[in-house]
Design a protein around this ligand. Sequence first.
Ligand code: BGC
Length: 553
Amino acid sequence: MAITGFVSGRSSTQKAYPGKTTPFVILTCLVAATGGLIFGYDLGISGGVTSMEPFLSKFFPSVHRKMMMAADRSSNQYCKFDSQLLTTFTSSLYLATLLTSLLASTVTRALGRKNSMLIGGVIFLAGSVMNGAAENVAMLIVGRILLGVGVGFACQVNSFLSATIHSSDDDHLNVSTIRLQAAPLYLSEMAPPHLRGMLNMGFQLMITFGIFSANLVNYGTSKITGDWSWRISLSLAAVPAMIITVGSVFLPDSPNSLVARGQTEKARTTLQRIRGIQDVDEEFNDMVAASDESKRVRHGWSNMGKRKHRPQLVMAVLLPSFQQLTGINVIMFYAPVLFKTIGFGSNGSLMSAVIVGLVNMFATLVSISTVDKIGRRSLYLEGGPQMFVCQIIVGTLIAVNFGSTGEASMSKLYAWIVVAFICIYVAGFAWSWGPLTILLPSEIFPLEIRTAAQSLAISVNMFFTFSIAQAFLPLLCHLKFGLFYFFGGWVVIMTTFIYFFLPETKNIPIEKMVLVWRDHWFWGRFIDDDGHAHGGQEPVDAVENNRKVVSAI
Ligand code: BGC
């Protein structure tokens, strides 16, 4: 079976490199997909174990006592899980990922992507063992930090976090079909414009699959009495870690990485092995040209400050911040805790989390199949109001039932109505701000700032993910039902922002993206003082260079 590489050149031409689907290709697909899975599993697993009684009584006895007291409905339901230590268990992972993703790029440059993946896999494995075997809170938190470090390294394989590295190191996906699973940056460059959105969102789909798997595992293990429940949930993170670790032992170092480190002959023979054919000249030459070219665009960070890049800089910061300010991770991290707060038992709250996870996954598929037809803006502008309406309804339902004292109980039917609106809210997120916020940063940045801007977008995302994970339980205790109005307010702001400031990028070849900014009523003023955009096109050599880099990375 031939593997096809696509180039989104000036005329959207497609370029096909010859090659076969070798075992390397399949293994790399598996390893790349595992990157999203790991991330999703860790997102989803902590909330479930946090709501398990054996876990709480062992590590957080004061929270457990509050939860037991709240069972009589005469004490404040909003505050029963309020504990900074408990939120640190969830949030520490994201801080560790943020910091490691910066460091991992240097390690990858020096040691190559294969070794970087191996290091990540082993650290991740150590984290899951430490969590599964935890005897005290310190072991739990150190384990979560190790998982975060592992994610920071392991995600280098699919570039979700690899934007912190230089483009010459963007060798993550020289094995063509892997692009179907991951690598937003690479995907955007290689996909034909009319399919770019669809292909790119595979990574988000794997995240949602990871979250759903975690919800399902928690539901299953909660039936086990005693410590084995949470121990199994936390230890199962070792499965994807094993796939990455073992995969990285068997995968060859990527040809791009070898070229970047000057080992050109080894790079050529590796490419021949990966492709399963001898004649790889065309692809190899493009790869070398790309490596040379990428050395010329090393100054992404300083270039990003230029006035002409102001629109992209604003998007790199605001889109990922807004994504987290939708409040989605209140649900993804803490759904079981939230459902317990509104009165479900352990079984009901974990079951509701499974339903929410399923909705999240299927709604992402809706986005994947429509994004290249109806466009990015329509999805954002539909998803935003849908989320807002649900947030107001959920907040009001909780307010009517619990008031501001939180001293009440909720009937089963009432609680299921709340869950139904949470599902509609999650669906709205999953076909708008979820996948689009992975897609857009990878398609709107010009080559000279692409890796730096992508890196910025991911770091901002991680920072807000960490902050919301840390702040949710105290916020719930203090803002009460108002927490849903708080996030609803942000959704109004971000939807208005999209309406006025985000141009439609559907079907626009990457190289012509500058035109959508130049023609925009607001952003146009930042671009027209620069020859780069004046003539309505990037200079021909820039387009041609871009094409070369794109064709080989
Ligand atoms: C976000 C995560 C979120 C997930 C939900 C991702 O795009 O970055 O923070 O939990 O979507 O599916």
